[in-house]
Design a binder for this molecule. Structure first.
Ligand SMILES: N[C@@H](CCC[C@H](N)C(=O)O)C(=O)O
Length: 276
């Protein structure tokens, strides 16, 4: 099976053209095997290129634990660059079918090379039951939850996939290895959740660290950065446009007047290979 290894700010993926490659194995099982960093290729996710009946192309993504998330922001930028460079889709603005609906990446070119990708990530979902998070209906903005006896103020946002944002005064003081998995599997989140810890620098800059559902700590999370900007704006901490600094670099996020969220960032090819 031919594959390409790519990353978006150090959030790394194995991309496979599943239109050409005949994959007989169950995708979830395959993802667990090849994402393993010791016994496989190693990645934060497996991304498959598939035909779509209604859009230009379809993306499916699997976490390293084999679960299938609805969406992946960094993965989508890699996906758009991959299908364009492989000649699978020749449009610079393409429509991509995902489990979270249609996403619209736009390739930004310089001398025919893809230097950045801007993605219309659609509208965030704020209604609690749709995130989903248990409890009374309405939005969840800085609401107190108890995790193993400790109080956290959480804001819940879905970008197709669930995110729980926790603002902290100092990002270096939080033990993500401890609290990340506990919040991810908290009983209030029936589908589990991605967890973002966020320090506000100013109205236009924040630092974010993530514990991803099904993957653990990663260097960056695109949907998490979008959810963070929405949460920070809703709670009056930032404007509607901000740089989100992650371990692997920065994403630029804007919440437009039409309610859609725009994410701009890079995607990088690492190597190509054949999985035996
Ligand atoms: N890293 C991704 C998100 C991948 C999916 C996530 N682990 C989930 O289960 O929802 C991104 O860049 O958005």
């Amino acid at each position: 099976m031919k594959f390409t290894k790519m990353h978006g700010l150090g959030n790394d993926f194995i991309l496979v053209d599943a239109i050409t490659e005949q994959i007989k194995e169950d995708y979830s099982h395959l993802s667990r095997k090849i994402c393993d960093r010791h016994f496989g290729i190693g990645a934060d996710g497996l991304i498959l290129v598939l035909p779509s009946e209604k859009e230009d192309i379809k993306m499916r993504i699997f976490n390293p634990d084999g679960s299938e998330p609805e969406m992946c922001g960094n993965g989508l930028r890699c996906f758009a660059k991959f299908v364009y460079e492989k000649g699978i889709v020749s449009k610079k603005i393409m429509t991509v079918e995902t489990l979270a609906g249609t996403m619209i990446p736009e390739l930004i070119l310089d001398n025919n090379k893809v230097i950045n990708i801007k993605v219309d990530m659609g509208q965030p979902i704020l209604e609690r039951s749709l995130i989903p998070m248990l409890g009374n209906s309405g939005q969840v903005i800085e609401e107190t939850i108890i995790v193993e006896g400790k109080e956290f103020k959480v804001t819940a946002v879905s970008m197709g996939n669930p995110h729980c944002i926790i603002f902290v005064p100092d990002i270096n003081e939080i033990d993500i290895y401890k609290w990340g998995p506990l919040v991810e599997s908290h009983e209030l989140f029936p589908n589990k959740t991605n967890v973002e810890f966020v320090q506000i620098i100013n109205e236009e800059k924040v630092i974010m660290r993530v514990w991803e559902r099904g993957a653990g700590i990663t260097n960056a999370c695109g949907t998490g950065a979008c959810a963070t900007l929405v949460a920070a704006n809703l709670s009056g901490k930032t404007s509607k446009k901000a740089e989100v600094q992650l371990l692997g670099g920065s994403l630029y996020i804007e919440w437009l007047l039409n309610g859609h969220v725009l994410m701009t960032g890079s995607a990088t090819n690492v190597f190509q290979g054949e999985y035996l």
